[in-house]
Design a protein around this ligand. Structure first.
Ligand code: FES
Length: 124
């Protein structure tokens, strides 16, 4: 098991799988959405009911910050506030913006800590 933290201090390897510990983000005290780093990638983590999910930091349309995106449809949709492009939180698929897909990250909470991994792209 590798307990070594990378120089950023934001991410450390989780044991035995590809989940990465978000040790700079305490789910008990953090406000969501929250900025985080997954490796070198900036991401935004949303709380969605009892769970979480992550997305790329900027909108795939024209790069607006996803920190201001709004959950809709009981958490099934995420709307970028700049031009109201809407994406499915289940897989990043576009709703009203064909050709644009949001990169998604799975997020789980274990032992009071958050772990993140890339979500596989949806099947075409
Ligand atoms: S930048 Fe997000 S919808 Fe245009």
């Amino acid at each position: 098991m590798d307990e070594t933290k990378p120089e950023t201090g934001a991410v450390a390897a989780a044991p035995d799988d590809d989940w990465q510990l978000m040790d700079a983000l305490d789910p008990a005290s953090a406000e969501f959405p929250a900025r985080a780093k997954f490796g070198d990638e900036g991401i935004v983590i949303f709380r969605n009911g009892p769970g979480y999910f992550g997305v790329q930091r900027t909108c795939p349309h024209q790069g607006a910050s996803m920190m201001t995106a709004v959950l809709q449809g009981n958490g099934s949709l995420l709307r970028c506030t700049r031009h109201s492009f809407v994406f499915r939180t289940a897989n990043g698929d576009p709703v009203n913006c064909p050709g644009f897909r949001l990169k998604m990250y799975a997020v789980k909470e274990e032992g009071g800590r958050l772990f993140v991994r890339e979500s596989p792209p949806p099947a075409e």
